[in-house]
Design a protein around this ligand. Structure first.
Ligand code: BDP
Length: 659
């Protein structure tokens, strides 16, 4: 039992059952046939009639299921809807749901539900913690790993319908003729599962690949280069999705290199893609090492461009304004560009949440952003609603996440990290699902339906993200990671001559008075980027939610928190609570040994040991370091540090990623 089967553990039905119940389908489309094949092989319920109703357009890629104990009817407007419906039925079966009376209608909340792979062409994966890339570029297009199809099936089973194959820090090589053939081979496998391929494009491609004088988006020669390139791609991949672009960010080239705007750059690509129905996902993750608060920069650069983008451009915005931290407020750009399509970018890979060593169930993090109210058009303008098309109409709606998938046997490094891939797919389909329900489904399909297992494991998952926040960065602290690897703590971190916005002190601002980043009017005034009443809620030291207090305020160590404790005591209690929770996860897991196969039991058990040690490392490092400023004792009823600060400062990990 190595985890390679993910949540897809259906048992084949016997020949007898297959004879007795029928799966009927008129259509011959390959995707519809796949739906039939999955049900033929694994469905133990009554006979099923499947049909396509091309007029039921309102279903989009969704489906309708009606049925009782004698027959089930599955209807969809498109073949992929039948496949999604088939997986829905199998999910009900595997989770032992009551299926006596079925009346289900499912319509996806987002048109495009897309994974972003940060995979390089040499098969390393930026911020990947599950081995090398799945894409064996050197063998493609001739040799096709069976994993390509398994990957597509897993995605289809949770409604993911698009994928960006390569890193946003894109190599121009991906757009050469040779690589287009390799990409085509993957697209040909994925198509049957309803998955469209997108590519990250390097903005300098015309110059780098074909020696043009520059890649200025307003020059006709450059525009023509992209038109010819896009035409070539569509000749081989007729359903190619489009480009994802990281431009003028962290050293990547972009239109600003030529004095042009993000809109100029995005629109040039959009015009080339338009005749084929392709899209541009243009990232808003931009910031420069200036005096300006990093958290404000995306908003400052993009809001003035509102209304200037073509209708096949979507601005892709990270959930938080800095960078995928364990907790951030939502990015204020959401809802602030009312004439521009916007999409969310989440990060499934745990760059800042303990890699694939820590158990951190991310659905609550995703939901926190989706459910956050931007107040852009008054109360109820949640991030979900400003991006899903219910408030602002764009050509297409989309939601994305950076994948945590690699060639590890269990796909994601940690068995429980599979749940985050799963949860993203489910929320991209229906952002109203609860984190508990998603965990419940996933546990039942991945492990067992035994309530004695499901209940405690679900509780552990539900508590896990907050535990990480507590032992790493409670109360709104952020980005105090070690410079080289983003794994362990380095609140003291300082590189002479390094970019200030890559240094922990830039974010925590610890001094003898207190802790935290003043983003109120007396500080960077980032609060002003939020719509009322959020600007004043976040801006008031007493009205700001305490979970974000040190994000928005520089708070005196002796400040009285809502429960009457000082900031310092409260900080200590959070760090300690995080450690205690992980110790609790170990107890929970050990008790469940009888319910789990040996291999997965031991693998999760040993990851929890690492997590426990890391949690103590985090707690000691942060508290001992901050104590050099607060000069206050750690409350005496808490466990004492077991490390020396000076020892912790010497820890060097062999992880060679750039910041
Ligand atoms: C940061 C990562 C870096 C990425 C960058 C991005 O550390 O590896 O290239 O985001 O999203 O989180 O472009």
């Amino acid at each position: 039992e190595d985890g390679s089967q993910l949540w897809l553990r259906y048992k084949p039905v016997d020949a007898q059952t297959q004879k007795q119940r029928h799966i009927r389908l008129q259509d011959k489309h390959e995707t519809a046939l796949l739906a039939k094949q999955e049900l033929d092989s694994y469905w133990r319920g009554p006979s099923i009639e499947m049909h396509l109703d091309k007029k039921a357009k309102r279903l989009k890629e969704g489906y309708q299921i009606k049925g009782d104990t004698s027959a089930v009817y599955l209807t969809a407007a498109e073949p992929i809807g039948l496949l999604y419906g088939a997986y829905h039925l199998l999910r009900l079966q595997e989770t032992k749901a009551d299926m006596r009376h079925l009346y289900i209608e499912e319509i996806p909340d987002y048109d495009i539900r897309i994974l972003n792979h940060w995979d390089n062409l040499d098969r390393t994966v930026e911020r990947g913690y599950a081995g090398y890339s799945l894409w064996r570029w050197e063998e493609l297009p001739h040799k096709l790993s069976p994993r390509y199809e398994e990957y597509a099936r897993a995605n289809a089973s949770i409604g993911i319908n698009a994928t960006v194959l390569n890193n946003v820090n894109a190599s121009p090589q991906i757009l050469t003729g040779d690589y287009i053939q390799k990409v085509k081979a993957l697209a040909d496998i994925f198509r049957k599962y309803g998955i469209r391929v997108y590519l990250s494009a390097n903005f300098s491609s015309p110059k780098v690949l074909d020696g043009l004088a520059d890649s200025d988006p307003l020059r006709k020669e450059v525009q023509d280069w992209w038109k010819v390139k896009v035409k070539e791609i569509y000749q081989h991949i007729p359903d190619f999705g489009g480009f994802l672009v990281k431009a003028n960010s962290e050293g990547q080239p972009g239109p600003q290199d030529y004095g042009r705007t993000h809109a100029d750059g995005a629109n040039m690509l959009a015009d080339a893609l338009k005749p084929y129905g392709g899209l541009v996902m243009w990232r808003a993750f931009v910031y420069n090492p200036t005096e300006e608060d990093r958290a404000k920069q995306a908003y400052q650069e993009f809001v003035p461009l509102d209304g200037e983008f073509r209708d096949n451009v979507i601005i892709q915005i990270k959930n938080g304004p800095v960078d995928f931290q364990p907790r951030e407020p939502f990015t204020p750009l959401f809802g602030a560009m009312k004439h521009t399509a916007q999409m969310i970018e989440f990060q499934i890979t745990q760059e800042y949440l303990g890699f694939s060593n820590h158990l951190a169930y991310l659905a609550p993090l995703f939901k926190e952003t989706l459910d956050a109210d931007t107040y852009s058009e008054g109360k109820g303008s949640t991030v979900a609603r400003v991006t899903d098309g219910s408030m602002f109409r764009g050509e297409k709606t989309a939601v994305s996440a950076v994948a945590n998938i690699g060639e590890d046997t269990n796909w994601t490094g940690h068995h429980f990290a599979q749940a985050n891939w799963y949860a993203f797919g489910r929320l991209a389909w229906n952002h109203q699902l609860s984190s508990e329900d998603i965990a419940n489904e996933w546990i039942r399909q991945t492990f067992t339906n035994a309530v004695d297992f499901v209940t405690p494991v679900r509780q552990m998952m539900m508590d896990s993200r907050e535990a990480v926040v507590d032992y790493m960065m409670p109360l709104g602290l952020h980005h105090i990671f070690a410079f080289d690897h983003h794994y362990g703590p380095e609140p003291w971190g300082d590189r002479k001559g390094g970019r200030p916005d890559w240094m922990p002190w830039y974010y925590h601002n610890a001094d003898t008075i207190g802790l935290g980043f003043d983003r109120t009017a007396t500080g960077s005034n980032a609060v002003s980027q939020y719509y009322p009443p959020l600007d004043s809620i976040y801006g008031g030291i007493n009205s700001c939610p305490e979970s974000l207090l040190l994000w928005f305020h520089h708070v005196p160590w002796t400040h009285t928190m809502k429960n009457g404790r000082t900031l310092w005591d409260e900080l200590c209690i959070h760090y300690d609570r995080g450690v205690q929770q992980v110790r609790g996860f170990q107890k929970t897991w050990d008790k469940l040994q009888a319910h789990v196969d040996q291999q997965r039991f031991l693998e999760v058990q040993s990851k929890l040991k690492i997590q426990s040690k890391d949690a103590v490392w985090w707690k000691d490092a942060c508290l001992l370091y901050f104590q050099t400023f607060s000069k206050m004792p750690i409350p005496y009823d808490l466990e004492r540090p077991v490390h020396e600060l000076e020892e912790l400062k010497k820890i060097k990990l062999d992880m060679t990623h750039h910041n």
